[in-house]
Design a protein around this ligand. Structure first.
Ligand SMILES: [Zn+2]
Length: 109
């Protein structure tokens, strides 16, 4: 199954940007929801879970805004480490990918 996508294709990029923007909206709403929930239910487990959710949502937000910024800067789709093009198939699955596969593996240790 080979998908022939050119990561510098403006139409394709516009699609990625649109979906990233959707993510951004959803994550921002989620974050607001999480932080606006009554702060103290008196249940430490619940508070802990919510803190973890907030942290995860923040991280997602950062990834999404980072990808949008790279699109704007024209560096989207290139590995931040070795500057190799990130395969479009990878970007389809992971639109906010910052590294190519080998660097990602290395990055994760
Ligand atoms: Zn790389």
């Amino acid at each position: 199954m080979s998908v022939d996508i050119d990561v510098s294709d403006q139409n394709w990029l516009a699609g990625v940007r649109a979906s990233l923007n959707d993510d951004l909206t959803a994550q921002t709403a989620r974050l607001r929801e999480l932080t606006e929930m009554s702060a103290d239910t008196g249940d430490p487990g619940e508070a802990h879970n919510r803190a973890a959710l907030v942290a995860a949502t923040r991280q997602n937000l950062e990834r999404t805004t980072g990808a949008l910024r790279r699109i704007a800067e024209g560096s989207y789709g290139r590995c931040e480490k070795c500057d190799a093009p990130i395969p479009a198939e990878r970007l389809e699955i992971l639109p906010h990918a910052r590294f190519c596969m080998p660097c990602q593996r290395h990055h994760n240790g």
